[in-house]
Design a protein around this ligand. Structure first.
Ligand code: PLP
Length: 445
């Protein structure tokens, strides 16, 4: 593949943009390919190379790169009419009504402009509602670029995980291992009266895709209720991706007090949202005392795209298609891994998937996987699947990112470049695409 044009664009970008990119994950080594356009399940780069895309914009593109017709028309008509006003519009109400009709926890919703803005606002909302400061988060969880959750360490020894954040923020955040019942109990015994909320992704989607073990989300529901704390599910990735229109909370049957959304809910345009019980959401200004505001919030083009996106999913076989192909891909990669790299692990559910290069797992990983990589307790591999962040800390990141990711790219397959971030199957992917992808995995592994 020729990459001259991408290389020269990267040179220009480096002199005017820090690291040459506007989001750090895009700075793949030795230089990123610059995308010229999307085409169904593919992207075409500035040199004309075509890649089968599983990054899918890091999650928002449920339909791939071509908008279904109703989405395209709605976007075009809203863009040409406005594009925005700083005054409310009907399409915001329609979108809010749709989400409230389908997502178990949502009675009211506030739309914002990114997943980060949603989690920042949700944490402020929980603190305002409860009058408490502390939040509990999961080690290996990700909630965007916000001060309160960019932390590392153990309960009692927590620090900001990046420079630029005062230690004082970390003092109010308690990171615990995901799927660990005992640590959560201990933290609530010690700090219960000060905890505003437990904030967690129902599935850790930025840490190799870690599913909740049986009863864990229910436990979070119980322990937060017992201590009058809020349970916040960050469904920025899983919202309208896992569990269909009911999201992961519907799939697992656990209803949080507050849910944060992003990605798919905006139909490919910048978005975030905070949904939940009216009593809590009405703490947001102007209804209540917790300040929340935004020039672009509820942007008509985004609202039109998001609403039509979800409506299309309600009226077509979208989840059936992406989940079937997701299952086919996970099973296919599992077979290849068993044969060629038995210590590596395939993870995911619904249309999310990833192959994690960990050699920590014992040799019986080569046992047949009956559960289709869903990390179900009846799977013979279950004991060896990652269940918290530390299980995959030993994964071979350099090998994944420097060699495997490049090898796949050279074979025309675009994966998310960080080995812990999820990949996604879209409605535009076909059975033939999956077969082509499995061939590439076979060669690259
Ligand atoms: N929460 C989760 C679970 C995410 O995966 C992300 C981003 O990937 C965010 C929050 C932040 O969203 P954004 O990048 O739109 O700010």
């Amino acid at each position: 593949m020729n990459h001259d044009e991408s290389r020269s664009l990267y040179d220009r970008a480096l002199s005017v943009m820090p690291g040459g990119v506007n989001s750090s994950v895009r700075a793949t080594r030795p230089y990123p390919f610059f995308v010229e356009r999307g085409d169904g399940a593919h992207v075409v780069d500035a040199d004309g190379n075509r890649y089968l895309d599983y990054a899918m914009g890091y999650g928002p593109l449920l339909y791939g790169h071509d908008m279904p017709e109703p989405v395209r028309s709605a976007v075009q008509s809203h863009a040409s009419e406005g594009p925005m006003y700083g005054a409310p519009t009907e399409i915001e109400v329609e979108h809010a009504e749709f989400v409230a009709r389908h997502v178990p926890s949502v009675e009211m919703i506030r739309f914002v402009n990114s997943g980060t803005e949603a989690t920042v606002s949700a944490v402020r909302l929980a603190r305002g509602y409860t009058g408490r400061d502390k939040i509990v988060v999961m080690q290996g969880g990700y909630h965007g670029a916000q001060e309160s959750t960019l932390v590392e360490g153990e309960p009692g020894d927590v620090h900001p995980s990046t420079s630029g954040i005062p230690e004082a923020f970390a003092e109010h955040t308690i990171p615990v291992p995901f799927n660990d019942f005992e640590t959560m109990n201990r933290v609530f015994e010690e700090h219960g009266e000060d905890i505003a909320a437990v904030l967690t992704e129902p599935i850790l989607g930025n840490n190799g895709i870690v599913l909740p073990v049986d009863g864990y989300l229910e436990h979070l529901r119980d322990v937060t209720e017992e201590h009058d704390s809020l349970l916040i599910f960050d469904e920025v990735i899983t919202g309208f991706r896992v569990g269909g229109l009911q999201c992961a909370q519907g799939k697992y049957g656990v209803t949080p007090d507050v849910t944060t959304f992003g990605k798919i809910i905006g139909g490919g345009f910048p978005v975030g949202a905070i949904g939940g019980k009216s009593e809590i959401l009405e703490q947001f200004s102007p209804a209540g005392p917790v300040f929340q505001s935004g020039t672009f919030s509820g942007h008509p083009v985004t609202m039109a795209a998001g609403y039509e996106y979800l409506k299309f999913a309600a009226e077509n076989d979208v989840y059936e298609h992406v989940n079937r192909l997701g299952e086919k891909l996970r099973r296919g990669i599992t077979d290849i891994v068993e044969d060629q790299a038995p210590a590596y692990t395939v993870v995911g559910t619904d249309s999310m998937f990833k192959t994690v290069f960990t050699r920590e797992a014992p040799s019986d990983l080569s046992d047949a996987c009956e559960a289709g990589c869903e990390q179900r307790p009846d799977c013979p591999r279950y004991d060896h699947c990652p269940k918290d962040a530390s299980d995959i800390q030993s994964a071979e990141t350099e090998r994944w990112e420097r060699i495997f990711w490049q090898e796949m790219k050279d074979r025309g397959i675009f994966l998310t470049a960080n080995q812990f971030e999820s990949q996604f199957v879209s409605y535009a992917h076909t059975d033939e695409d999956i077969e082509e992808t499995l061939e590439a995995y076979k060669e690259a592994l």
